[in-house]
Each structure stands twice: as C-alpha cells, then as structure tokens.
Design a protein around this ligand. Structure first.
Ligand code: UT7
Length: 333
C-alpha cells in the first residue's frame, strides 16, 4: 500500500517525556575513566546525562512519559487500543515491557508489544502504528521510546560510557479529525551487513552470559564509532530527503529538523547536507546524551513544549542506530 492510498489520515495528538533525576556530568566521568569534559564536549556535544536509580526500570520511565502524553492528548488510558514500546533495554526478556506499561496505565483494552530497532525504534513504531491506524485496524496508539542504557554500558570503556543516558519519550497517534499534527510521510530502512558496527554481543542465544565469561563485559554496548558516524550521516540525509520529497516539500519548508541525539558533529553534518540552517535543528543531547530509542521521542516532546515549532509548521524527524537501522518522518504540526 503506498503512502497516498491510506484510508484514514493519522496525527500525533500528544507527546510526553521523562528523564531520571540523577545527573551524571562529564567531570564525574573523568574521575572514573581517562577522559575530560573538553574531549567529551568537543567530540560529541554532550555535557551531562541522566541515570536511572537501580529500582527504576525502563517500564517506569515509559509509564511516566506515557502519562504525560495522554494528558497532552486529553485522553484516558482506558481508551488506548495499542501500545508499542521501542527499547533495547526491556525490564525482562519476556514479557514485553509494553505489558508492564499497559498494566501500570490501566490500559486494559490495549494490545501491547515491544519492538527492537535500537535508536531507530521510535520512528519504526511510528510507521507501524500509523499503518495500523490508517488501515482502520486501530483507532489510536501509544508509542514509546524508553531506555535504561546505563544498565548495558561498560563504565570502564571511555569510548562508549561517555555517550549514553537513560530516559523515555512517548506520543499518542490517532485518526486525524482536523488535520492537525498529521504524519505526512514515513520511511525506514535496515542494512544487516553492518550488524558488527554497534552491538551488545552477549546475553542472547549467540553468546549467553555464563560463569566463565561473566567478567568480559559481553552484555554491554560495543561500537566502531567512526564507521557508525559515516553511515549515520549518509543514511539520515537520504531518509530525510525521501520523506521531505514524499510529503511534497522542500528543505526550505521545514521549520524544525529533529535528529537522533547521538553526536553534535553528526547533527551538524546532516543539517549542512540538507541545507537546513542550524537554528532550525533541535538539539538537547547536551543534557541527556544518547538515549537510543528514547532520544528522538524526548526531543520531539521538548521541541513541542518549548515552541521550537508551531501549529501548521512542517517538521522532520530522522534517526539511525544499531542494525544498522534508520528512519524518518515528515509531519505537519
Ligand atoms: O546511536 C548510535 C550510536 N552511535 C553513534 O552515534 C556514534 C557515532 N560515532 C561517534 O559519535 C564518534 O565516533 C565518537 C564520539 C564515538 C568518537 O569520536 P571520534 O572523533 O570518532 O574519535 P575516535 O574514536 O577516532 O578517537 C580519537 C581519539 C582516540 O585516541 P588516539 O587513538 O587518537 O590516541 C581515542 O582513544 O580519542 C580517544 N578517545 C577518547 N579520549 C578521551 C576515545 N574516547 C575518548 C574519551 N576521552 N572518552
């Protein structure tokens, strides 16, 4: 089914986000590993990140963000029909984190499941939910990106531990009645030839964590940063251009680009290649670092609430992550 033959238009009716209270600064990290505030800031743009408490799980952060999105949409949890959570740090391998959130919200009617697409997960969830609503199968959906990356970070590896943080962002999608918040076009892609660039090697069936390898940090994120950087710029540029064109727009029509919050240099490179001036690009990674699937969802919520764009403005969301995966969406707010 092509984008243009969808039966029902779909809109974003509300957004919400949540980050844990605890702030971990670059200076604190420099006490632990051989790094500096200057290195982290100049190479990534990150100043600090949030770290969840030991007893604060992915589902807890997701539930906070969801409640705020429901409030923003003026909607009751009991009316929700679908909950999709994008995460690579679920509370438990099974059941899905979405099931815990369904229970916590009292969203008893909602079908709930997780998807795993790393940093691209929130926009994958958006495309899935959009199709399920536009086809008439569901009237609404709660999509969430939520991560407790601190639980899969090797805190002794300076190349990765300075990058990640915890948090959650959510959005309510529903059939559009008045044309506001319309999701105009979506795009997503995957290149499984590049699985080796960014992964958590252990903890699955390929490499279970055993008594013999428990000290090898196999359950933490490992990355070939430079390679990821290169692919990220190319894939995000292409995906953004596709949705801009599919929505019948030009780069100069875009009031706000909200990119994946991984590295300021990546964001600058994309803005440059899309010919979008820096002041139209939303950035909050200085405060939160890279929160994987949560990053774009938190950014969308903050951009919306701080007036980075207005009703009727066109915005573009664009992400990439492990897989490699990438995705983009064009929205008329
Ligand atoms: O959501 C998707 C997730 N991933 C990404 O978006 C990551 C994409 N990649 C990046 O953001 C960047 O590649 C990094 C920020 C990860 C690294 O920046 P870089 O400019 O590519 O640095 P590099 O890996 O080439 O390292 C340069 C130097 C190395 O030292 P030598 O070999 O030149 O002596 C590293 O050992 O910086 C060193 N280094 C550090 N120094 C201080 C690496 N990490 C650190 C650190 N503090 N934290």
């Amino acid at each position: 089914m092509s984008e243009t033959t969808t039966a029902y238009p779909v809109c974003i009716a509300g957004t919400g986000s949540y980050v844990p209270e605890r702030i971990l600064t670059n200076a604190e990290l420099a006490e632990r590993v051989d790094t500096s505030d200057e290195w982290i800031l100049s190479r990534t743009g990150i100043r600090e990140r949030r770290i969840a408490r030991d007893d604060e799980f992915t589902s807890h952060m997701a539930t906070h963000a969801a409640r705020r999105a429901l409030e923003d949409a003026g909607m009751d949890a009991a009316a929700l029909e679908l909950i999709i959570i994008a995460t690579i740090t679920p509370d438990t391998p099974t059941p899905a984190t979405a099931c815990y959130v369904q229970q916590a919200l009292g969203a008893t009617r909602a079908v709930a499941f997780d998807i795993s697409a790393a940093c691209s997960g929130f926009l994958y969830a958006m495309k899935i939910a959009k199709r399920l609503i536009s086809s008439g199968a569901f009237n609404n959906a709660l999509i969430i990106g939520a991560e407790k990356l601190s639980s899969v970070t090797n805190w002794d590896d300076r190349a990765t531990c300075v990058l990640f943080g915890d948090g959650a962002g959510a959005a309510i999608l529903r059939r559009s009645e008045d044309g506001e918040g319309m999701v105009l076009a979506t795009e997503m892609g995957t290149d499984g030839n590049l699985t080796h660039l960014l992964k958590i090697p252990g903890g699955g069936t390929a490499c279970p964590i055993t008594a013999a390898n428990v000290d090898d940090n196999l359950g933490t994120l490992s990355m070939l940063g430079k390679e990821v950087f290169k692919h990220a710029v190319n894939r995000m540029k292409e995906a953004a251009e596709i949705v801009i064109e599919r929505a019948g727009l030009k780069a100069e029509d875009i009031a706000c680009v909200i990119p994946h919050q991984a590295n300021l240099r990546i964001i600058d490179a994309i803005a440059d290649r899309l010919s979008v001036p820096n002041e139209r690009v939303f950035i909050n990674l200085d405060k939160y670092g890279n929160t994987s699937a949560a990053a774009i969802a938190i950014a969308l919520d903050e951009a919306q609430r701080t007036g980075a764009f207005r009703r009727g403005d066109h915005i573009v969301l664009v992400v990439f992550g492990a897989g490699l995966t990438w995705a983009a969406a064009a929205i008329r707010w």
